[in-house]
Design a protein around this ligand. Structure first.
Ligand code: ZN
Length: 220
């Protein structure tokens, strides 16, 4: 059963809630998939059942086409945000980690072409592998975080939160206009370019700001 964990592997005192995600918040990723640059954040939700800890092997859905990794900075929410102003969101972030927004890309392309919702491609069980959370104060300026993903020793994705089209504060405020963020909810803040397919037994190594490293293994 997934729980939010701190860097020592201890459970954090927040209930597990929903995951609110933003698509296309890094321009280089929007263009790599030939998507238009949105004028406002494209939001979607993964349910609590999508969360999985990195200590368990990642289970990929079978027979549904390619599963892509999207490496994203994840924010753990510690205070209720509802119609929040951007200037009043900073202290709501009580943890910062890295998540994989796993995406059934072939299925997503089918759903997009039909104008259908993305949930089957984005919100399935285990579609949000989540690292332990670092304390925000330990990371310095959250809007200048370097993060990267290696798969089998080869760098696939590298980003910096300075390149986001919207700041964390703007995103949290915008999200909170449609979806109240509750303590224990997680916000995924978008992926930089380099999304690609995961295969059984792949080894993943992620780093956050050169300070924290997380690894994971895809099930065989
Ligand atoms: Zn994503």
């Amino acid at each position: 059963m997934y729980q939010h964990l701190d860097l020592q592997g201890q459970p954090l005192p927040y209930a597990v809630g929903k995951v609110v995600c933003v698509g296309r918040s890094y321009q280089d990723h929007a263009t790599e998939l030939n998507n238009p640059i949105p004028s406002q954040p494209l939001l979607f939700i993964k349910p609590a059942s999508s969360l999985a800890g990195l200590n368990e092997p990642l289970l990929l859905p079978q027979g549904l086409g390619a599963v892509h990794h999207e490496l994203e900075v994840a924010l753990l929410i510690g205070r209720r945000l509802c119609h929040a102003e951007p200037g009043h969101t900073q202290d709501a972030i009580v943890g910062v980690g890295l998540a994989l927004d796993l995406t059934l890309r072939d299925l997503q392309n089918d759903l997009k072409a039909k104008g259908h919702p993305w949930e089957r491609a984005k919100a399935f069980d285990g579609s949000c592998p989540m690292s332990p959370f670092a304390v925000p104060d330990m990371l310095g300026d959250l809007q200048q975080l370097d993060f990267s993903l290696q798969v089998n020793g080869v760098t696939r994705q590298r980003g910096n939160t300075a390149d986001m089209m919207w700041t964390f504060a703007q995103l949290l405020a915008e999200m909170s206009r449609s979806f109240t963020l509750n303590p224990g909810d997680i916000v995924l803040t978008g992926t930089p370019k380099g999304v690609a397919e995961l295969k059984p037994q792949d080894t993943l190594d992620m780093q956050l700001n050169g300070q924290y490293r997380f690894s994971a293994q895809v099930a065989g």
